[in-house]
Structures are given as C-alpha cells and as structure tokens.
Design a protein around this ligand. Structure first.
Ligand code: DAH
Length: 336
C-alpha cells in the first residue's frame, strides 16, 4: 500500500509536468484529486488495512494529499497568470492616426510664384522695415507735403512722422541708398492702410514692389518685363493693355490690365463687366526720386512697379471676399 501511494505520487508528478493548458490541468484534477479520483480511492483502501498499519498509511496518505494539492494549486495559478492577457501600454495592432499635412497659405503660394518668376529674370529679393518714417514712405517718393495719402485717415501713424508703411515703395529708396546702379530688385512685404475692413480691403495686406535702374532703361523694357511676367503668371493666352495713370514717384505712370480670365473678356461680375482686370501700377522712376537717393537723373533711368498680393490671389483663385484669406478656416485653406 505504501508503494502504491509512492507510485501514485510519481505518476501525478509526471502528468502534472506534461500539463500545458488549464484544460489539461482539469483532467489531472479529475484523475487524482476529485471525489472519486485515485487519491480518494487510496483513502478508501485504508478502511480495509490492518490496524497496525493504519497510522503509517494515514500519515503517508495525508502527505500525498497535501503535496499533490499544493503542486496542483501552484500549477493552476501559474497557468492562470500566463493565460491572462498581459497589460500592454498600447495596442500595436491599431492603425495609426493620420496627421493632416498642412498646405502653404494661398497668399504665400502667390508670393513664392511671383518671386520665382522675377528671380528667373535676374531680380534679387530685398526687404525693408514695416515701421517707416514719413520721409521714406512719402517724402523721398515725391509725395507733395499736402498729398491726401499723408492724412491720418489713410495712414496709420505710430508717432509724429513715424508710421506703418502704406506701400512697399519705401524699400526702393532704401535699396537705392545703399547700392549704386545697376539695381534690379523685387521687394515683397506687408503694407498697412487706415481703412475699414471690407470684402475688398484689409488694414494689413501684402505688396510686391519691383525696381530696375541702369543706364538707358526704357519704358518698352518696363512693358516687356511686365508682359513676360503676366504671361508666365496668368497664362500665355492673356491679352493686356497699359493705361496712363498717376503716381508721385513715377513719370510717366501706367496701370496694367489683363483680359479677365474668368469670362475671357466677355464681361462678368469679377471684372465688373469691363472684360479687364487691373493687375499692377508702374512707371518710369521720377527724377526727384533719383535726386533723393543721390543718383544722377541725367545719367540713369529706371522703371518701378507694384502690385497687391491678396488682390492677385483673389483674382487667381476666384475669391470674392478678401477677408476669407485671414479667417484661418481650414475648410477654405485646405483647398489650396
Ligand atoms: N505703391 C503703389 C500703391 O501702393 C503701387 C505702385 C505703383 C508701385 C507704381 C510702384 C509704381 O513702384 O511704380 O498703390
């Protein structure tokens, strides 16, 4: 009987070692530890044993029961541990969350495209300060002392004779002051006007200025450059015209119109039924401007031009309210 007990213990140990799953373990429990399992049968057998053997048998059986139960419990808890899904900090199988890729603002896109075209024609890019003096913004550009643009109603003043530049033209003066001809530069940047915000105007907007000064620069060079620009920027099939105009810093002055590319010149809401769109102001640099920067107007001539960037973006993308450009509405911006 003692041999049988020892044998049962050994069989139990080998079978327990083979256990891989909780189901296997249950089979072992049924075979050995259940109410009618092998160990219970051994306890039954003790009833018929000789009285003298009973104390030793009882002890051995109790030991068997305790040691098999303890091994069983240990195995069970270790299987339960591994069966439990491990707590992972994140689920590697989840698809990634896509991060929306931003796009360049339409105003930046237009500015970069303009820069690219002028750089390809040999222009350099220059900048100047947004806060200017009356002298650079007006005086050196030949604005008469009583010119209406010098009024507080049109210009944002910061202090006496200190203002936010109303156009990028003062950068022309700064470039010519520090450099002798030939000068061939474009000057993009912010400009500010003391105006009510509306569908057509903003207090702060962008312009791009152009300047070319050398010996014998002619009006036909001005036209040739601007036409080449317009064909690259707006498309080679556009038609154009130059209309006489007035700016204090150029003489003669002209505005350039192109055929409305929305209606093809037939007349629509965008071109106000004229068939033409005004795209820029230009002219031959006024001799007074050359004198202000110390260039000899007898020796040099030059042309200048300026255009609004938001305005150009509106034309190009058929936007009818300038304010939408700065509302930062992603539904609008992601179309570009
Ligand atoms: N500064 C002018 C404006 O703000 C635009 C302009 C016109 C610039 C003619 C020029 C120019 O350089 O020659 O309306």
């Amino acid at each position: 009987m003692l041999d049988k007990i020892e044998h049962t213990k050994q069989v139990f140990i080998t079978e327990l070692q083979k256990v891989v799953t909780l189901q296997d373990l249950e089979q072992v429990r049924i075979k050995f530890l259940a109410r009618s399992g092998e160990i219970a049968v051994l306890f039954e057998g003790m009833k018929t044993a000789a009285i003298s053997e009973k104390p030793a048998l009882g002890k051995a059986l109790n030991e068997l029961r305790q040691c098999t139960q303890a091994q069983f419990d240990e195995k069970k808890s270790s299987l339960e541990q591994t069966a439990k899904p491990k707590e992972v900090p994140f689920d590697l199988t989840l698809p990634g969350r896509p991060k929306p890729i931003g796009t360049k603002h339409p105003v930046v896109q237009v500015m970069e495209e303009m820069k690219r075209i002028f750089i390809s024609m040999g222009f350099s890019v220059e900048t100047g300060p947004d806060i200017e003096s009356d002298y650079y913004n007006f005086g050196a550009l030949n604005f008469a002392p009583d010119h209406p643009a010098r009024d507080m109603q049109d210009t944002i003043f910061i202090a006496d004779k200190i203002l936010l530049r109303t156009h990028t033209s003062p950068v022309q003066i700064r470039v010519m002051e520090k450099q002798q001809p030939p000068v061939r530069a474009i000057m993009p940047g912010w400009a500010y006007r003391n105006e009510a915000t509306s569908a057509r105007s903003l207090v702060a907007f962008h312009q791009i200025e152009g300047l070319y000064v050398d010996h014998g620069v002619t009006f036909s060079e001005l036209k040739g450059t601007l036409v080449a620009f317009a064909k690259q920027f707006y498309g080679s099939s556009i038609k154009y015209r130059f209309r006489p105009s007035f700016f204090p810093f150029t003489e003669p002055s002209a505005e350039m119109d192109i055929t409305c590319f929305i209606c093809g010149g037939k007349g629509c809401r965008v071109c106000k039924h004229s068939g033409w769109l005004e795209v820029l102001g230009s002219g031959m640099v006024h001799p007074h401007v050359f004198q202000a920067v110390g260039y000899d107007p007898e020796k040099y001539s030059g042309y200048a031009f300026g255009m609004g960037i938001e305005r150009t973006a509106m034309l190009r993308y058929n936007i009818d309210d300038i304010r939408i450009l700065y509302e930062n509405d992603v539904r609008f911006l992601k179309q570009f």
